[in-house]
Design a protein around this ligand. Structure first.
Ligand SMILES: *[C@@H]1O[C@H](CO)[C@@H](O)[C@H](O)[C@H]1NC(C)=O
Ligand SMILES: *[C@@H]1O[C@H](CO)[C@@H](O)[C@H](O)[C@H]1NC(C)=O
Length: 206
């Protein structure tokens, strides 16, 4: 005997479809949890997830720090490429080396501080606008987490941010932005987000 008659089978299939339809629709159209009314009136607020009073500098300050350090410092040249030189040029070369070693020193200091800033930002997972748009109290989470990887195309990013800005209840989701490129204009766009919580991740080889 067959497992089910054609009629029974169709009934079962219809029933399963109906249940899935209801489940999916309930999931998508369930009313969005209203956010607490207590909103701190500050333009920019920073708060770490794990640390209640973060000592880390605001992101804009980090950018300023990076900017201040970046233009003056060049990576050291590869010494193995230095050609053979006569004695007259040796003095100049020695002076060169002196400058070079000081550049190297500064570069390694810069390298260390940059690494420190990057790992600091990544570890502390600071969420901007967290006070304005707090996570769900019981679970300390957000409704959704949107992760985007940005490179250096600020015009495309602008479109994305614009459409996020016009999305209803976007303020109950968290935006995580992963940067793999040092672009001030991209940082500025992310800095300007005031309509939802946002956190940044920096690539090690930024
Ligand atoms: C800078 O840091 C990177 C990553 O740790 C390392 O690979 C590189 O050798 C460092 N460069 C200098 C000049 O210290
Ligand atoms: C969050 O977004 C909703 C709808 O987009 C809005 O009604 C609400 O006021 C926003 N909440 C805050 C704290 O701005």
């Amino acid at each position: 005997m067959a497992l089910c008659t054609p009629r029974k089978c169709i009934q079962v299939i219809l029933f399963i479809s109906f249940v899935s339809f209801i489940t999916v629709n309930l999931h998508f159209f369930s009313p969005v949890r209203p956010l607490p009314a207590s909103v701190e009136k500050s333009d920019v607020d920073f708060q770490a997830i794990t640390v209640s009073k973060p000592k880390v500098a605001p992101i804009s300050l980090v950018h300023k720090t990076l900017n201040r350090q970046l233009p003056n410092v060049k990576p050291p040249e590869d010494k193995t490429k230095r050609p053979n030189i006569d004695s007259k040029k040796q003095a100049a070369a020695s002076a060169d080396r002196k400058t070079q070693s000081s550049v190297e020193k500064r570069f390694s200091q810069f390298n260390e501080s940059l690494e420190f800033i990057i790992s600091d930002i990544n570890e502390k997972q600071i969420i901007r606008n967290r006070n304005k748009f707090p996570p769900i109290k019981e679970s300390d989470t957000y409704d959704h987490v949107l992760a985007i990887q940005v490179h250096n195309r600020d015009n495309y990013l602008n479109y994305l941010i614009k459409s996020l800005r016009s999305t209803k209840y976007i303020n109950s989701s968290l935006l995580v932005v992963s940067h793999d490129f040092y672009s001030q204009s991209v940082f500025d766009i992310i800095d300007s987000i005031d309509f939802m919580p946002v956190s940044m991740l920096l690539s090690d080889d930024l």
